[in-house]
Design a protein around this ligand. Structure first.
Ligand code: ADP
Ligand code: MG
Length: 696
């Protein structure tokens, strides 16, 4: 089945094939992302108008849309041509007016003759002390009461498209839904009490009450699940097809790892040991590893990566660790070289700064296999960099790289295992959407002995107090990061802000005590500034967000962030994670520009309340929505039409395990359920996944 199955043709034909839709309307609907009848099925009402028959308009809170039975009273013609034509009516308890503009009196005299009984429905509001319904949506004889929908769906609109049109168009699309076998696991469907697909679409478009519009309504939930299941099936197919490609088994006997563990001044946490186990077991299989290591800041991902790299070396090959910035690459070099020496392994660094003969020498050593572990920046993936036998590529702090680099990485070591590390504590639902094709190891435990970080909010106006406290803390031997924000779009003005702050702190705290680091500095100056801070020559490091990711100076125990309100929560969490790494109690001061908006305050308070990156990420998602949290366009998180990753987060995990299980049981998707799963992929426009289905 590599072409669209026939039963779906009517849903994928042109919109003009629907009754009442012409070429002009088709173009307008495109603005809603609607290109075929199929898309109308998944364009659901977001609200509804309650038109239940009520007794009277008397006690309603106006304005409101109301439906009541009335006795028609006297008509009053419009005083002027553009004036209002008024009809006095009485419901069970009170009287009000029906109002028409540009009305022809004789028409309304016939439609609503004095003394007749009518059901009217429309928006009622107070005007000059009188309740009035301007242009009722419905005014029908009592015998025709059932022509008024008791609950009317409200659709998203775009210019030129009316509710009436959307209503008609969606009905027409619904009539084209074919009979299809179930693709959802029967147990799951029963447990969740979901209707069949064809019932679900009808119900979702015909809500009976506001409750039916909730994300938890069975029909909506089912359609959301269908969307997520299709997405997870695609990822599962990609994963399976990736894994079918021959990888190679890298099985070390552990002698290098043992040496390093023996030399370590601490014991790995349980989570680290578990992750190392999962990764090395995966490397030992002859399938290609494609794994994500997720762990909050400070959870000790570097050690896990290093152990995996040693396993690659033990197996006779090489490993590479790529960091997103020069500073981080150098830090890895500093941190890992002593461990590499313990193990007797050659570890080198390669960055854009390596030039000329030195670079040539490194490249030659790498190609000969004399360098066993390479640490570096993007430079390690240039074409001129050739490994003798690359077995493992580790990418640190992946969120800085983006999906494109991830693909590039895949090309570099065709047979190499891949481990991606991220500290971005993205909510589980997003992680599954974004990395569902990968296997995941999680570090959910922090090294022991860490003190909680005290976080306080403080207005910029009190900067002098902050500086005074800093002076006292420095006298006690503590060190401090001072982060200047990205206030403007232009890097130049940010630099000016950072440099001005640097000057002010230097004047207040003393020459030589304060350092400065930012992205625009010449590399050597950057190194020098970092080194001076690491060795505690400088006590305060003024920085732009270049220190955000990964920098590790355990003695630094104070973090000041200016204009904290302008940062994302995840970013603030990352920044704060730079302190609280040693045994001293740490403090984070979030300085804000008063006045702080209500949501601005709430956001910062979340950070004050918790250090749990996942709680922070979930809150961020709730407050900002999916799109903002991760630049959606480049993150690879798809936009779902029905599914709501905030409110239906749990469904994503179910969809993933369901999809993986379905494929494990039926890799070629040939059982009845497997065949309907193919249909689902087509229905959900995931047909690029079809060629990935195993054929052999
Ligand atoms: P991240 O996960 O943020 O990359 P790092 O790997 O930089 O974290 O580790 C943070 C700090 O914790 C480092 O100073 C590291 O040496 C230390 N560390 C790592 N694992 C342990 C452990 N099991 N016990 C104590 N300290 C540890
Ligand atoms: Mg790290």
């Amino acid at each position: 089945m590599s072409t669209r199955p026939e039963p779906l043709f009517p849903l994928f034909s042109g919109l003009e094939t629907l009754e009442g839709i012409g070429p002009k309307t088709s173009l307008l609907l495109a603005h809603l992302g609607v290109q075929a009848p199929r898309d109308l099925l998944f364009t659901l009402p977001y609200s509804g108008i309650d038109r239940h028959l009520q007794d009277s308009v008397k006690d309603a809170v106006l304005p409101a849309t109301l439906t009541v039975a009335v006795t028609v009273g006297p008509h009053r013609a419009a005083p002027t041509k553009s004036g209002a034509y008024r009809i006095h009516v009485e419901d069970a308890q009170t009287s009000f007016q029906l109002v028409f503009f540009h009305a022809r009196g004789d028409f309304w005299k016939r439609q609503l003759p004095e003394g007749s009984r009518r059901i009217v429905s429309g928006r009622v509001e107070m005007f000059d002390g009188t309740a009035q319904m301007v242009h009722p949506d419905f005014a029908v004889p009592e015998a025709e009461a059932d022509t008024i929908p008791s609950f009317e769906p409200v659709y998203p609109l775009t210019g030129g498209v009316t509710q009436k049109l959307m209503y008609k168009a969606t009905r027409a699309a619904l009539s084209r839904v074919p009979e299809m076998d179930e693709w959802i696991d029967p147990e799951q469907k029963k447990q969740a009490n979901w209707p069949s697909f064809s019932d679900a679409v009808v119900q979702a478009h015909d809500p009976k009450s506001l409750e039916d519009l909730a994300a938890t309504a069975p029909a909506r939930e089912r359609l959301a699940y269908d969307e997520l299941l299709a997405h997870q099936l695609t990822l599962a197919l990609a994963r399976a097809s990736e894994r079918r490609k021959k990888g190679r088994s890298s099985k070390g006997e552990g002698h290098l790892r043992k040496r390093v563990l023996a030399a370590l001044p601490y014991k790995p946490t349980g989570a680290q040991t578990r992750a190392i186990g999962e990764i090395t077991a995966d490397m030992a299989t002859d399938l290609r590893m494609n794994r994500l290591l997720q762990g909050d800041v400070g959870s000790g991902k570097t050690l896990v990566a290093f152990m995996a790299l040693l396993a690659a070396v033990e197996a006779g090959g090489q490993g590479v660790l790529m960091a997103p910035t020069e500073i981080l690459a150098r830090q890895h070099l500093q941190g890992l070289r002593p461990l590499a020496e313990d193990a007797g392994v050659v570890l080198e660094i390669l960055t854009g700064r390596d030039k000329g003969a030195e670079r040539q020498a490194k490249l030659a050593a790498l190609e000969r296999g004399d360098i066993q572990i390479l640490v570096g920046t993007h430079a390690v993936f240039q074409e001129t960099v050739v490994f003798q036998d690359l077995r493992l590529a580790v990418v640190d702090e992946q969120h800085r790289f983006g999906v494109r680099q991830r693909l590039e990485l895949g090309k570099k070591g065709r047979l190499a295992d891949v481990l991606v590390m991220t500290a971005t504590p993205i909510p589980r639902s997003l992680a599954l959407a974004q990395y569902g094709d990968m296997d995941v190891s999680v570090l959910d435990e922090k090294p022991p002995g860490r003190q909680p970080i005290r976080t306080a909010l403080i207005s910029t106006e009190r900067i002098d107090e902050v500086i005074d406290r800093l002076r006292a803390a420095i006298a006690e031997g503590r060190q401090c990061y001072w982060v200047c924000p990205l206030v403007e779009e232009s890097e130049v003005s940010d630099l000016i802000a950072a440099e001005a702050r640097f000057e002010r702190l230097r004047a207040a705290l003393g020459e030589g005590v304060v350092g400065l680091v930012h992205g625009q500095m010449p590399p050597a100056d950057k190194d020098a500034a970092m080194a001076a801070f690491q060795t505690a020559q400088t006590k305060v490091l003024v920085a732009t967000t270049v220190i955000e990711v990964g920098v590790d100076v355990p003695n630094a125990s104070i973090m000041v962030i200016e204009r904290a309100e302008s940062f994302g929560l995840a970013q603030l969490h990352q920044l704060r994670g730079r302190v609280g790494r040693g045994t001293a109690a740490s403090t984070c001061l979030l300085m804000y520009q008063a006045p702080l908006s209500e949501t601005g305050r709430q956001r910062l308070e979340v950070l004050r309340e918790t250090e749990d990156g996942f709680v922070i990420a979930e809150t961020d998602l709730k407050m900002r929505g999916t799109g903002d949290l991760i630049g959606t366009a480049q993150s690879g998180v798809p936009r779902f039409r029905v599914a709501d990753l905030e409110r239906q987060a749990g469904l994503m995990a179910v969809a993933q395990s369901d999809a993986r299980k379905l494929l494990a049981d039926d890799p070629k998707l040939e059982t009845m359920r497997g065949r309907s799963a193919r249909l689902l992929l087509w229905l959900m426009r995931q047909d690029e996944a079809i060629p990935l289905i195993s054929v052999g």
